[in-house]
Design a protein around this ligand. Structure first.
Ligand code: PLP
Length: 403
């Protein structure tokens, strides 16, 4: 931990945000790098490293402790449920967000309602999964963006009585914009459509309550702001919904009784587990539980406050440099990710990396994503580096790429 951070922690010890300030030294990467790339991958903590060692020790000491591993898988289900304020039976433990949503898509009947409405802010996997359903009769409609927002009227116009599913992202991975999920869900439900929320860029950055959001399905993964690693995702379904859907993309861990070992029928679990597939990703589950527990210990609401303040500093600094922030200015309309327009985003990421600053880029934008472990020094380091590469910062305020 740097001296400044230590001093700050000392003085704010009694405030809730002290858990946020205190957490930095649990992530050794900060001894070497300025890491502001949590929209891609969260930093490795001592807790997640220990969880992997724990998995290896158990494997080595006990051989094949499957009872315990299955119990860990149930613990992950409960952790996910807690994260979205739902019940464990309504959660499928998946190997990625794509695996869950793809199993869900395989269960949708498009005969009476062929339309799938997707927003322009989706991650590629969402568009690809729904377009793959065209072979089964789906008609995919894209709701176009207007710069960094998608006006609600465009969802009003796209969603109708022929719509089976409205598939939206909580936060866009390439511009940081946050969609008005509750309002879109209200429109979809008025017209009888299901709402599927990709909450990957939101999970761990602000509290997610499925009831308040009003969605029917929420899917996410753990490797970004939930501080864990690749190989684990989850999908929550509104209570009672799973039983009405029969996925054809399935496997034995989706069966009513996993240990029945019956090859003569398909009898899926009555719970959301019916959207699972094969052997659960046990190592990733150890890490996932540790990551979620650590994030909850740090405090997700407190992290939101902390990151919002850092992002205000970042935006003000980019403004001063004459750069273009493409993420919405209104803190209520953005996630944790801030995107800055570049003249050559891969070159800018490489230039920052040469200065020991880890970022990423998408769609011509530099992505800077602060999390609980970042501090003002990190933001100032990014701004100082940007000031050394003015040619790589776009200064054209009219430029805005939309799809
Ligand atoms: C918004 C969003 N959705 C989905 C994904 C990918 O999910 P998965 O690889 O677990 O299917 C990502 C990750 O990069 C993402 O940012």
């Amino acid at each position: 931990m740097d001296d400044k951070c230590q001093a700050r922690t000392w003085f704010v010890e009694d405030k809730p945000s002290s858990r946020v300030s205190d957490c930095r030294d649990r992530f050794p990467i900060f001894e070497r790098l300025t890491y502001v790339n949590s929209c891609s991958q969260g930093a490795l903590s001592d807790a997640v490293r220990d969880a992997y060692l724990d998995y290896l020790d158990g494997w080595d000491e006990r051989g094949a402790p499957w009872d315990y591993w299955v119990e860990r898988s149930e613990a992950a289900r409960a952790a996910f449920a807690g994260l979205v304020n739902g019940a464990a039976d309504d959660v499928a433990v998946t190997t990625s967000l794509s695996a869950g949503v793809s199993a869900l898509a395989s269960a949708v009947d498009f005969r009476d309602r062929p339309k799938v409405v997707v927003s322009d802010f989706e991650f590629p996997t969402i568009g690809q999964i729904w377009h793959a359903q065209e072979a089964r009769g789906a008609e995919v409609v894209h709701v176009p963006a207007d710069r960094n927002e998608i006006p609600l009227e465009r969802f009003e116009a796209a969603i109708d009585e022929r719509t089976a599913v409205v598939s939206i992202a909580a936060v866009c991975y390439r511009n940081g914009s946050r969609l008005p999920v509750e309002e879109i869900a209200r429109i979809a439900h008025e017209r009888g459509a299901l709402v599927v929320l990709d909450a990957y860029q939101a999970a761990g950055t602000y509290p997610l309550g499925v009831e308040a959001l009003g969605v029917d399905v929420l899917a996410a993964g753990v490797l970004k702001y939930l501080l864990a690693s690749a190989g684990l995702g989850f999908m929550w379904l509104r209570p009672g919904l799973a039983e009405r859907l029969s996925p054809t993309q399935t496997g034995w861990f989706a069966d009513r009784n996993i240990f029945e070992m019956d090859i003569h029928d398909y009898s899926p679990s009555p719970t959301a587990r019916r959207f699972q597939s094969g052997t659960p990703p046990i190592p990733a589950i150890y890490a996932g539980i540790a990551g979620i527990e650590l994030m909850q210990e740090i405090g997700i609401a407190e992290t939101r406050e902390h990151v919002s303040a850092l992002n205000e500093r970042l935006i003000a600094g980019v403004d001063e440099l004459g750069g273009v922030v493409v993420t919405p200015r209104d803190p209520e309309r953005r996630g944790a990710l801030i995107c800055v327009r570049s003249t050559d985003a891969p070159a800018l990421v490489a230039a920052l990396a040469a200065d020991g600053i880890v970022t990423s880029e998408r769609d011509g934008n530099l992505r800077v994503s602060a999390h609980a472990y970042n501090n003002e020094d990190d933001i100032d380091a990014v701004l100082a580096a940007l000031s050394r590469h003015p040619d790589l910062l776009s200064t054209d305020p009219t430029f805005y790429k939309t799809h």
